[in-house]
Design a protein around this ligand. Structure first.
Ligand code: 2M8
Length: 454
């Protein structure tokens, strides 16, 4: 690269870094960060974990606070709720608000305030805490007691993973069951058949707020999908969010392969944290047993035709044969003992995915452009999501595929430098879609930028 182009690149990346810090600061609500300024004005679970990774590069104390606040809202079952609502934000600026969730119907919900939703999201938290430890260990100037705070968070983190490995996997399949599309990837076509089979009963009226913020409705879930999302919430409330009733009767119950791949990665991070803080041998043996089970779970869902792992619909009794980002769960898991990872890496650059000739950037489309269900602008049905690229990048590195990981990092950064810090992007044009100033996008940008050679 010529010296001139190199300094252009340096300037572009520095602007991206400053812009990312600004987004985090702007969305900082004091101890926690809004997922985005208008569309998502509360604390979301997996957003918070990515956001903490971003804060680690700016303010490690703030990074830890983010997760301390989230984990303080943990349910008695160990569940970490997918939304922790901000009391200061007027009810009605986001829907469904806490009154609609009414999660205090459950005896397991935490003391309010703050109010929470009744679902959960992929467990990025241990990955984030471990990343905070890595970042701060490399910085001699850090005065924050990261190890001590990890030790204090550890029981909650362990309880969270235990919840996922038991309540969400009562049959010990090594795979996590989700009960709502909001626990995975909202309107992904992965859920279409399961949602279509749901009969809606007496659904109380509601007013969506998302399509007031994102005014192009083609970027958001359809009314038909939304009715089903809201009906599933009503059913969860009817059984007071009781785990065993949900597991038995809830009409939407899917072994989510992506969630499960994240959990395997997170259990490795939890094992590292357990070692760091000197957790008991019993705990460490339990985490090792979860890891062993999850490796088998991912392999059991390996599909040699797609070269990917597939979700499994428990109610329909069948796998969901679709080519989406979730199929790369074994790469996300970053565990070389899962043989599926190698085959999935070979699939990464196929024309179904990053080798598709029309992509603006070689980053992961949420659904393969060659799938009939693909929609280039619609949320989780096609657009690219930087956090998904971050998880793949991390997994590739852990699998020793550092050169492939680096190419992905560079493409992902180029997408952000050109398109901005949006929620998601049109795969063929790179156009920014959804919310602008999305916190988790800024956060992964900061982590990627920290890997620039100095
Ligand atoms: C989106 O989900 C929320 C519901 O939880 C929504 O559409 O209102 C999803 O992209 C989800 O994965 C994400 O955590 C959340 C906040 O960024 O927004």
């Amino acid at each position: 690269m010529s010296a001139e182009r190199e300094s252009d690149r340096d300037r572009t990346l520095e602007a991206l870094r400053l812009g990312s810090v600004e987004v985090l600061r702007k969305n900082d609500a004091g101890g926690w960060t809004k997922a985005s300024p208008r569309l998502y004005p509360h604390q979301w679970s997996w957003d918070a974990a990515f956001i903490a990774i971003g804060w680690a590069h700016v303010d490690p104390d703030r990074a830890l606070l983010e997760l301390e606040r989230l984990l303080a809202a943990q349910w008695r079952t160990g569940k970490v709720p997918h939304i922790v609502f901000d009391e200061a934000t007027p009810v009605g600026s986001y829907f469904p608000d806490w009154t609609r969730w009414n999660s205090t119907l459950s005896p397991d919900a935490p003391v309010t305030p703050p109010h929470t939703s009744g679902l959960c999201q992929p467990p990025i938290h241990a990955l984030a805490l471990w990343r905070i430890f890595e970042v701060t260990s490399a910085n001699e100037a850090t005065t924050v007691d990261v190890r001590g705070r990890l030790a204090r968070l550890y029981p909650r983190l362990l309880a969270w993973h235990k919840y996922l490995c038991t309540e969400r996997d009562p049959d010990c399949s090594g795979l996590v069951t989700i009960y709502h599309p909001w626990e995975g990837a909202d309107n992904s076509p992965r859920w279409d058949a399961a949602l279509a089979a749901i009969e809606i009963g007496d659904l109380p009226p509601y007013r969506r707020r998302d399509i007031e913020h994102v005014q192009d409705p083609s970027q958001r879930p359809t009314a038909r999908d939304y009715d089903r999302y809201m009906w599933l919430v009503e059913l969860l409330k009817r059984c007071r969010y009781d785990e065993s009733s949900i597991s038995k009767d809830h009409p939407f119950a899917i072994k989510d392969i992506f969630f499960s791949g994240v959990l395997l990665a997170a259990n490795h991070a939890l094992a590292s944290i357990a070692e760091l803080i000197g957790a008991s041998d019993e705990d460490r043996a339990m985490i090792d047993a979860w890891i062993a089970l999850e490796r088998r779970g991912l392999m059991a869902q390996w599909d040699p035709t797609c070269n990917l792992c597939l979700d499994y619909d428990l109610r329909a009794g069948r796998s969901i044969p679709l080519r989406t980002f979730a199929g790369f769960a074994a790469v996300v898991a970053g565990d070389a003992e899962v043989a599926a990872a190698e085959s999935a890496i070979n699939e990464l650059d196929s024309p179904w995915f990053l080798g598709h000739p029309a992509l603006r950037w070689a980053v992961m489309p949420s659904t393969s452009p060659s799938e009939p269900a693909f929609e280039s602008r619609n949320y989780w049905r096609g657009p690219t999501w930087p956090i998904i690229d971050w998880l793949l990048w991390r997994g590739l590195n852990n699998l020793g595929r550092t050169e492939r990981a680096e190419r992905l990092r560079l493409q992902a950064l180029s997408q952000l430098a050109e398109g901005g810090l949006a929620e998601y992007f049109e795969p063929f044009t790179g156009e920014a879609l959804g919310s602008s100033e999305q916190s988790w996008t800024a956060a992964v940008a900061l982590d990627w930028l920290s890997r620039e050679p100095r």
